[in-house]
Ligand binder design. Structure first.
Ligand code: ADP
Ligand code: MG
Length: 701
């Protein structure tokens, strides 16, 4: 590691030294000056204007107020309360430390600049521990370079004396010593075409903005750069793959497909047809298909999966359909039987609970090729499962499979080329997230529900409405309908959650007494046999009410169920609520979703519940969910995590920049797929640093 330029270690910066350098590395992951320069402020303190007390709001960031001290009072010997006034109103400022010193400084009648974060306390606005500075000589706020960057910090950094001010000074030194060595990453032609500011300007102004305009331009440039390289890296992988001939050509549609198609009890929706055409084109292309199929619950993905599998069969290959849970695998298996019947294709189900004797038979059927379609869980990827010629893998609910598990499946390909891959997900993913998570996959969306679906009416209710709810449930049962009652189950509160489920089930059984009413209870602690027995009872209509934990989220299709009651609905995320609601409204009857919550809801919970009542569009809800919680917490990404951490751009907020950056990356690669042109040399170099590599979801290893 050199001692000059952007590779210079931060310890050699004035004011840092080995001890602080070690802390910066541990706490912020910064070792070199180049890395330090890429550590951007997460917000800015605006010292350029004063806020009037009357205008101060608790949701404001740091503000400064120019005001006179009215009175100061020590309360309980612990807390100094100082009332200030600027003519527009009065505000309390509070100090817990340095009380004696502050009392001396803040004499009634004296004027100061108070700088701090307004907060709401007992329904009033106050500021706790504001910075107190003398008023400027002229009447203006401090001029020029008035915005100060605020950097991520930790307790340890603060204890080591690396305060905000010190951080600003370190950054100043870093700019002085290291900025010249930072190489421009964007080629001249793109800088011009997209109106970007140069890298040096951007880095200087992201740390020390000359003015708001310079800051905006700098942020845009850095966000663009980040999203652009990410997309460039993803799209390049896709270009490389689409040019390599590795893929099983499947030119025929085949008899099985046609027989199934002709026997369908309903016409396919336009969206289903479009998606099947897209898949068909992939499979006959001679390249490996890597396609993500998104479609809301009930949009008819199973149908598409079956027809896709039959294309593989028609070309002499086997297909597997992999589901994340046993219940879901069983359901898939059951669902596809009626479609497979007219084709004569042999299928089988392989899960953890498949009996040994049966298992042996399935293994040999897969090995000799007599089984065409195998449906199953992780059991499918065990080493002793050998296919004669696996040509297609369909993976349902992709996020529940790890990358490693998927690659084990690919290794089962025995015919030289990797199997085609179709990943299906019912968790609508916001477009920006899909472009990033699955940027190298082709995406198909079923954006149309089969005809005849009635909208699900969603109602919010609190405890006081429970008698009315039970009455409503009884009316529905009298009409012959069935009802889900779902309780949250969250790891951290598991014990309490089971208690509330049990209490809830007891309450229902006492209000809906046997034998007039039949209630089944299903949860994760039950033995598999018990779970299956109860689930089957409900699915077959032998039980009127199913009380369950959120495990049913990914399971059971019961068209006769018309009511979904979600208990403690405020504890579920939007995507999850939407998934649960998708369990009803599958039949021809009008359906309802009742969201039971406590009386007092946080602002966010209230917003979620309102959105649920207002829309049934999964994509809209997913977008909102991402805005509220950030992409990292989104349903569907929790287990795998986001494959990359963005430094400055936000998938939730920078969709427009992302689109532009994506188009730009696409145009560059169209002209120059290998980035071999001289004018793109910087791009090649930047990509080769590996910064923008993301976990590759479609990787064949
Ligand atoms: P998903 O897997 O996308 O949640 P499914 O494939 O389970 O949805 O389909 C939901 C229901 O809609 C099933 O009962 C299925 O038979 C039915 N269905 C699928 N496609 C159509 C269609 N084109 N017209 C009418 N009903 C359909
Ligand atoms: Mg399905």
């Amino acid at each position: 590691m050199g001692h000059t330029g952007s590779d210079m270690e931060v310890q050699f910066l004035p004011g840092v030294g080995p001890k602080r350098a070690e802390l910066l590395r541990k706490e912020l992951g910064v070792s070199t000056v180049g890395e330090l320069l890429r550590l951007y402020p997460f917000r800015y303190i605006d010292r350029s204007s004063f806020v009037r007390i009357a205008d101060a709001r608790p949701d404001m960031a740091y503000i400064q107020i120019r005001a006179k001290v009215m009175r100061a009072e020590i309360i309980d010997r612990k807390r100094l309360s100082v009332w200030i006034s600027d003519g527009s109103g009065e505000m309390e400022t509070v100090f817990f430390k340095g009380i004696r010193w502050m009392t001396e400084k803040l004499k009634p009648g004296a004027e100061f600049v108070f700088f701090g974060k307004p907060a709401s306390f007992n329904g009033r606005i106050n500021m706790v521990h504001p910075e107190v500075d003398p008023t400027p000589a002229d009447n203006t706020a401090s001029a020029g370079g008035s915005m100060t960057g605020v950097y991520p910090s930790t307790e340890k950094l603060k204890n080591a004396g690396i305060t905000g001010k010190v951080m600003n000074r370190i950054m100043e030194a870093a700019l002085e010593r290291g900025l010249q060595a930072e190489k421009e990453t964007m080629p001249e032609h793109l800088i011009r075409q997209y109106g970007l500011v140069p890298l040096h300007f951007a880095i200087r102004n992201i740390h020390f903005p000359r003015d708001l305009n310079a800051l905006e331009k700098s942020r845009y440039r850095l966000k663009f750069e980040e999203l652009f390289f990410l997309q460039l890296s993803l799209l390049k992988q896709r270009y490389v793959r689409s040019r390599s001939a590795q893929g099983i050509p499947m030119p025929r549609v085949g008899d099985a497909f046609n027989k199934c198609y002709e026997a369908l009890p309903f016409p396919l929706t336009g969206a289903q047809k479009r998606v099947i055409t897209e898949i068909r084109n992939d499979m006959k292309s001679g390249h490996q298909m890597n396609r993500l199929l998104q479609g809301d619950v009930g949009s008819g993905k199973t149908m598409v999966a079956v027809l896709t599998a039959l294309i593989a069969i028609g070309n002499g290959f086997q297909a597997c359909i992999m589901a994340p849970t046993e219940v879901l695998a069983q359901q898939h298996y059951k669902n596809i039987q009626k479609f497979l019947a007219p084709t004569g294709v042999r299928s089988a189900l392989l899960t953890g609970s498949t009996k040994m004797s049966e298992r042996r038979e399935i293994h040999s059927g897969l090995e000799d090729g007599s089984i065409g379609i195998i449906v199953g869980t992780h059991a499918l990827i065990e080493d002793n499962v050998i296919f004669r010629n696996l040509g297609l893998a369909i993976i349902d609910e992709q996020h529940r499979f790890g990358v490693e598990q998927r690659s084990r499946l690919w290794r089962k390909a025995s015919c030289g080329a990797p199997p085609h891959v179709l990943v299906m997900t019912a968790t609508p993913i916001p477009r920006t997230l899909a472009m990033t998570l699955y940027g190298d996959l082709d995406v198909s969306v079923i954006d149309e529900l089969p005809p005849g679906r009635k909208p699900v009416q969603t109602i919010h209710a609190t405890e006081g409405k429970r008698p009315a709810l039970y009455k409503f449930m009884k009316d529905q049962i009298a009409l012959g309908r069935q009802i889900f009652v779902v309780y949250p189950l969250i790891n951290e509160t598991e014990k309490l959650d089971y208690q509330s489920l049990e209490a809830g089930a007891e309450d229902i059984m006492s209000k809906f007494p046997f034998p007039d009413y039949k209630t089944a209870v299903v949860h994760g602690k039950q033995l598999n046999d018990v779970k299956k027995f109860n689930m089957d009872a409900f699915a077959a209509g032998r039980a009127d009410i199913l009380v369950a934990t959120s495990v049913i989220e990914v399971g059971v299709d019961v068209p006769n169920a018309s009511v979904m009651v979600i208990e403690s609905a405020e504890r579920f995320g939007l995507s999850q609520l939407h998934q649960l609601r998708g369990r009803v409204g599958r039949g021809s009857e009008k359906s309802y979703c009742v969201l039971m919550t406590g009386h007092r809801l946080s602002k966010e919970s209230k917003h979620r519940i309102e959105l649920m009542c207002a829309t049934e569009n999964g994509f809209e809800l997913a977008e909102e969910d991402m805005k509220m919680r950030g992409p990292g917490d989104l349903e569907g990404t929790q287990q795998s995590g986001l494959p990359i951490t963005l430094n400055i751009a936000s998938l939730a907020k920078d969709g427009i920049i992302l689109n532009t950056a994506r188009d730009c990356a696409d145009a560059v690669l169209k002209e120059d797929p290998t980035l071999g042109l001289l004018k793109n040399a910087q791009l090649r170099e930047e990509l080769s640093k590996g910064k923008y590599q993301i976990k590759d979801y479609s990787k064949i290893s």
